[in-house]
Design a protein around this ligand. Structure first.
Ligand code: PEP
Ligand code: MG
Length: 758
């Protein structure tokens, strides 16, 4: 059974045509379970009826005409209960419904399992047998595994509903609506742009060319560029980088100088292949050879070879591609939209982000929010290439994407956009007013910034400083580690633009969902792996370069504060102090005297909360990262769409953790801020102030609505709300509490508690 399951799963994963895949499934399941009929039902466009869309064992003319409402008959019961129903004699069940289209046979045994995608019922997979039969648990498990795969495919190809059925067969109509998860609020309309293949060797298709000489030259140039890049990186990183990390540059260089690799690729180019396809074929051939080696060490070289192939491909692509031309209103579509892709679109042209993976807490969504661009994430396995060139209406408020919307729908959404703009304009009048509770308690509001293009938004928003500058975003835009001078220029520009207001720069926080194309990590549990301060301390060469650039950028301005990500122990902070002193000494000896800077840590790993008193002896301020704190406390991967509904920063456990941290900071007389996404939710902001948080830092567009909420409550009211929230037993109680508090303050419509928090 396992073999059939593997085979079926593979077929489904490769399938591009739902109807063909379903025909294959019903036949294979019928044979494997030795039943008399296997059928698939899918929800129709009305969302109410479940229609027979494929069968083996019944008259094929029944396809498209047999339908069950939810709860109707045994099929409807499977869908209503969302669990398998197994009966040895279905006729005896009170819900049994005779279906004339099935012909006169009286099937007795029945096993039906639901097909569900992200908790939404999409249909059912059903087998029937003429005689009585008790289905075994492994048969039920087999059916459930197939149903789960089918649901993914059905959702992907039909976008959650069956294409209109006519004449007994399903017509393949283009889907009009894709449902995902709210990534960033707002509504945007634009033309879908699928990202280029990127440095993905597997995605390079075979292409032949006439002008082999030009291709060969391009390949040789790309190899030379990569060689120079690797030598440069190796030299820059030589100091302080652990030998095994540094060794990777040497390994790459050796591989690059391998005559065989070079000669094989050139031979393929000369035989008429494009440089990229020749490279792909050569690399896969050599990778296969490594993978088949008996020696475990040599087998791991296969991954290095792939890494090297990606680098050369990246060079080939950047060398050959002209600057990308984007439509004036562009919706970026992709499996994952990386920061570099977003930064590539000229400011003002990015109308939306649509991705099949990710969640509101993925860094792409966070960046979209700071840029004020609507985003829908976690669409599942949708055929993304089919969205390119289509008009896409991205509804980040509702988490859905309309494909080629008609004029009525566009008109309706344009009205909503106008309303959004009007209310944003109305809130802009708050820009120069203080964020102050009704009884005069001042709250400091800062902006989170990731890219230089966010700076204008942050300056415009009335932010009193930058509470979180994610320096890793700059690293993510480069082809190799940026030099000290390159970093210096970026940091200097940010510090100068905000001076004399404070700017909190967080040191490199890569790992997790923030990868560097030139430093592949490939970890099984990336969020629990080589992340943030761990990676920085293990690579002092990289870290010292950044510290020197930061200290130098602050010279003569003095508004820099340095924030450390992912701190989990005092030892890490002690190590940073030593490196900071060394960086300052190195700057001084290079003729750049620097001044001491306030040092703070992120409170985002739960262990830090239990060590606040010891940590406070070592740092000047704290900043709570509720995104990671929620992820680690609730054990929910922040960028996994499947579990996104479990991610809730208003969970009472998270609130109690924030409360403990705020109390400990107060006891130690250290300021504490929140810079996670939670701070940008108006209702949550009131709650955080009630918990004793001093500063809130958020995406710039969130500042006006948060300010309005804070100006509508007294500190005492906020403290009352916080006390009630801390006593809650379930997150839903906290959501209700905040919703009614906003309603009583007359703030409904500005934002719901779910909109930006979870
Ligand atoms: C956080 O974890 O809350 C945070 C602000 O950092 P990031 O989202 O960049 O991990
Ligand atoms: Mg974090």
């Amino acid at each position: 059974m396992l073999e059939t399951l593997r085979h079926l799963t593979q077929r489904l994963n490769e399938a591009t045509d739902l109807q063909q895949a379903m025909a294959f499934v019903v036949r294979a399941v019928k044979d494997r379970l030795a039943v008399d009929a296997c059928s698939i039902y899918l929800v129709d466009a009305s969302g109410v009826n479940f229609v027979l869309v494929a069968t083996d064992g019944f008259d094929p003319r029944a396809v498209g005409s047999v339908r069950f409402a939810r709860g109707e008959g045994l099929v409807g019961l499977v869908i209503e209960r969302q669990c398998p129903i197994s009966l040895s004699d279905a006729h005896a069940h009170p819900r049994f419904r005779h279906v004339a289209e099935f012909g006169g046979q009286a099937h007795h045994a029945f096993l039906g399992v639901p097909m569900t995608h992200l908790r939404r019922p999409l249909g059912a997979l059903v087998v029937r047998q003429l005689n009585d039969r008790v289905f075994q648990s492994d048969e039920e498990a087999f059916m459930m595994a197939i149903a789960a795969e089918l649901a993914g495919l059905a959702y992907a190809t039909a976008a959650g509903s069956v294409p209109p059925l006519a004449g007994g067969t399903a017509e393949r109509a283009p889907s009009a609506l894709l449902r995902g998860i709210k990534g960033a609020p707002g509504i945007g309309i634009g033309t879908g742009v699928a990202p280029p293949v990127g440095a993905d060797l597997d995605a390079v298709s075979d292409r032949s060319v006439e002008d082999g000489d030009t291709e060969a030259l391009a390949f040789e140039q790309a190899v030379d560029d990569v060689r120079a890049e690797l030598r440069g990186s190796a030299e820059r990183m030589a100091a302080g980088m652990p030998s095994e990390t540094h060794a990777i540059f040497g390994v790459y260089l050796e591989m690059l100088d391998d005559d065989q690799l070079f000669a094989d690729t050139l031979a393929r180019i000369r035989a008429g292949s494009s440089a990229a396809s020749a490279l792909r074929r050569t690399i896969s051939e050599h990778v296969r050879a490594f993978e088949n080696m008996a020696d475990a060490y040599l087998r791991t070289r296969a991954e290095d070879l792939r890494g090297l192939g990606r680098r050369v491909l990246l060079r080939l692509q950047s060398g050959s591609s002209q600057t990308s031309v984007y439509p004036s209103r562009c919706v970026l579509v992709g499996e994952e939209i990386n920061i570099a892709r977003m930064a590539d679109v000229p400011v003002g042209q990015l109308a939306g982000i649509v991705s099949s993976r990710g969640s509101p807490y993925s860094h792409a969504a966070i960046l979209a929010r700071t840029l004020g661009v609507p985003a829908v994430m976690g669409l599942g396995a949708v055929p993304l290439d089919q969205l390119a060139g289509k008009t896409l209406l991205v509804d980040g408020n509702d988490g859905c994407v309309h494909i080629d919307p008609g004029p009525d729908l566009v008109g309706q959404f344009e009205r909503a956009v106008r309303q959004q703009v009007e209310s944003a304009d109305a809130l802009r009048s708050l820009r120069d007013l203080p964020a102050e509770t009704t009884d005069g308690t001042r709250v400091v509001l800062h902006a989170n910034v990731g890219l230089s293009s966010d700076l204008a938004n942050a300056l415009e928003s009335g932010a009193e400083g930058i509470g979180l500058f994610r320096t890793e975003f700059c690293f993510m835009l480069c082809d190799s580690f940026p030099s000290e001078d390159d970093q210096y220029r970026v940091y200097r520009e940010v510090l100068e633009s905000f001076a004399p207001k404070p700017v909190t720069m967080r040191t490199l926080d890569v790992g997790g969902d923030k990868g560097l194309p030139y430093f592949p990590l490939n970890e099984d549990n990336a969020f629990l792996g080589w992340r943030g301060i761990r990676l920085a301390l293990d690579n002092p060469g990289i870290f010292l370069t950044q510290l020197r650039a930061l200290l130098r950028a602050n010279a003569g301005i003095g508004n820099l504060r340095v924030l450390l990500p992912m701190i989990s122990s005092c030892r890490e902070v002690d190590a940073v102090h030593q490196l900071l002193s060394r960086a300052a000494a190195e700057c001084a000896s290079a003729g750049h005297p620097t001044n001491p800077v306030p040092l703070g840590i992120m409170i985002e790993v739960p262990s830090a909360i239990y060590q606040m008193s010891a940590l406070s002896k070592r740092v000047d301020f704290f900043s709570i990262g509720t995104n990671d704190l929620t992820q680690y406390l609730l054990a929910v991967d922040r960028s996994n769409a499947r579990v996104a509904h479990h991610f809730d920063s208003l969970h009472p456990a998270v609130l109690r953790a924030v409360d403990s941290a705020a109390r400990a900071a107060r006891d130690a007389r250290r300021p504490i801020s929140v810079c996670g996404e939670m701070a940008g939710n108006p209702a949550a902001a009131v709650l955080l102030i009630g918990l004793g948080v001093d500063v809130l830092s958020m995406a710039a567009p969130s500042i006006p609505p948060v300010k309005r909420a804070l100006r509508s409550f007294s500190l005492q009211q906020a403290q009352g709300i916080a006390a009630q929230a801390l006593a809650a037993e379930d997150p839903s109680e906290v959501h209700r509490l905040l919703e009614s508090a906003l309603e009583e303050a007359g703030l409904t419509g500005s934002s719901t508690t779910r909109e930006r928090v979870s």
